[in-house]
Design a protein around this ligand. Structure first.
Ligand code: UDP
Length: 242
């Protein structure tokens, strides 16, 4: 079942169901695209019709952010819980470690994806991360990165390029990535590498991770102004939602 929130179709899946669905995708031979929009991304998609179309063509869309879960409840539908890219990836790694499935990390500043690989392979012994690349490239480097990904044929490709760059990149390369399950994970490699701390569990449980990020990374303030705009937009759209 899909739940439409301001034009973005979210899958009604809890974390365990989402993890199983990703593993199911890996068993198939198709290109798959997974997006995990937060309120900021929903608001950006409302201003960018190409991006909105792309989100509507994704194979799986889960809610990164309590704001989206709240909106679903306000609209009388029920998204069960937040399924962020970071948490979803952790759940998938836990299952992948006992299989032959492979992953590839693409994104972040120089060295970050490589450090994230090291940390994740330590955390999930048996997990196979077959390649990494940083997320800053010109046309020539991009060609080499794509070639490397195609050579290594990962089952699970994580893109940490920020949104909408990561979603557009996977969509543009969908015909070259047959058999690969792609997910946009934003700044998750920074967290996996240990460079950025996630909010303490108490904050996450109270739905206040956004507040923690605002205090610890004040440069995000301007971006976060989209959150109150999202709330206003939800309040104004109640009657219009399917
Ligand atoms: N990034 C990248 N290439 C770019 C721009 C950004 O690899 O051209 C990386 C950046 O280093 C960071 C991530 O993308 O690791 C974006 O993180 P952000 O916090 O914006 O994403 P969010 O977690 O909010 O989706």
């Amino acid at each position: 079942m899909k739940i439409n929130i301001l034009g973005v179709p979210f899958d009604e899946l809890d974390m365990a169901q989402a993890v199983d669905k990703v593993i199911g995708f890996m068993a198939e031979d198709d290109f798959r695209m997974i997006c995990t929009p937060n309120p900021e991304i929903v608001m950006n998609a409302r201003k960018d019709s190409g991006f909105m179309e792309l989100l509507n063509s994704a194979d799986m869309v889960t809610a990164d952010g309590v704001g989206v879960v709240w909106a679903s409840k306000y609209f009388g539908k029920q998204l069960k819980e937040r399924v962020s890219g970071y948490d979803l990836a952790q759940g998938v790694f836990e299952k992948m470690k006992d299989t032959e499935y492979t992953a590839y990390f693409f994104g972040g500043a120089e060295g970050v994806a490589a450090k994230a690989k090291e940390e994740m392979e330590k955390k999930y012994p048996g997990l196979k991360i077959v390649g990494t690349n940083n997320g800053y490239f010109d046309e020539e480097k991009e060609r080499l990165i794509l070639e490397d990904i195609r050579d290594k044929r990962p089952d699970f490709l994580l893109l940490g390029l920020g949104s909408p760059k990561q979603e557009k990149w996977m969509h543009n390369n969908r015909y070259l990535l047959k058999g690969t399950v792609c997910i946009g994970v934003g700044g998750s490699f920074d967290v996996m590498a240990g460079n950025v701390k996630r909010a303490p569990e108490a904050f996450r449980k109270m739905g206040l991770e956004w507040f923690y990020r605002l205090v610890t990374q004040p440069t995000r303030f301007k971006r976060m102004l989209k959150l109150p705009l999202f709330v206003i937009c939800v309040l104004l759209n109640k009657g219009k939602v399917r």
